[in-house]
Write a new protein. Structure first.
Length: 208
């Protein structure tokens, strides 16, 4: 046969074999205390914005509006065929300080050292921080369900923190940039004050 008649058919999306877990507040504080430099700032930013790891380590100054205390981020494209989305995320005091602390280190990227990491380096570095903080990579939940934790767990943690403070699902979806509902994308346009109020309800990341 001169052509592959099955070529136009798309593969089914892969199914994750493992469940991604989140960090509780004590574990999150332990991770922040165990991290140093850019990693500390990156973890704080991830926990209070829900951005994926690639968005964090490749965050550019052109995506940062310090005067507005917001990020305007071109969210990482997750699935083939999905249109890229720009997320507008207000910054908490902790997240704002994490970004501001990096001013002057690199003209292009917010995190100079993190932006240079390639391949498995980010995973390996974060695994070392988890080990230092004595936060296990795997955790067994009630019912015997085992979950895996990684940098991506910070995104799950962010969403759960919002949900536990009664933030409406559509606001959480807007903040995280999830695109599970086409209707949501077309008709929902949440105002800045609503999003900022939601972000303001996140807990402090200090020990007290």
């Amino acid at each position: 046969m001169s052509t592959n008649v099955a070529a136009p058919i798309k593969n089914f999306p892969p199914t994750d074999s493992e469940i991604i877990g989140e960090f509780d507040h004590e574990e999150l504080v332990a991770l922040i205390n165990a991290a140093e430099g850019e990693w500390k700032a990156g973890i704080i930013l991830a926990a209070h914005t829900g951005l994926r790891r690639e968005n964090i380590i490749r965050l550019k100054w052109t995506e940062v509006a310090l005067s507005e205390r917001k990020l305007h981020v071109r969210l990482v494209k997750q699935r083939y065929g999905k249109k890229p989305k720009v997320g507008s995320i207000p910054l908490t005091a902790a997240a704002f300080n994490a970004v501001s602390s990096q001013v002057g280190n690199n003209e292009t990227y917010v995190f100079d050292e993190l932006s240079k990491l390639k391949g498995s380096d980010p995973n390996n570095r974060f695994n070392k921080i988890m080990a230092k903080a004595k936060v296990p990579k795997r955790k067994t939940l009630q019912g015997g369900i085992e979950v895996k934790r990684s940098f991506h767990s910070l995104r799950h943690t962010f969403t759960s923190l919002l949900a536990n403070r009664d933030i409406a699902p559509e606001i959480r979806q807007e903040l995280t940039g999830h695109t599970s509902s086409e209707i949501h994308q077309i008709y929902t346009d949440l105002g800045d004050e609503v999003l900022r109020d939601a972000i303001g309800k996140l807990p402090s990341l200090s020990n007290s």
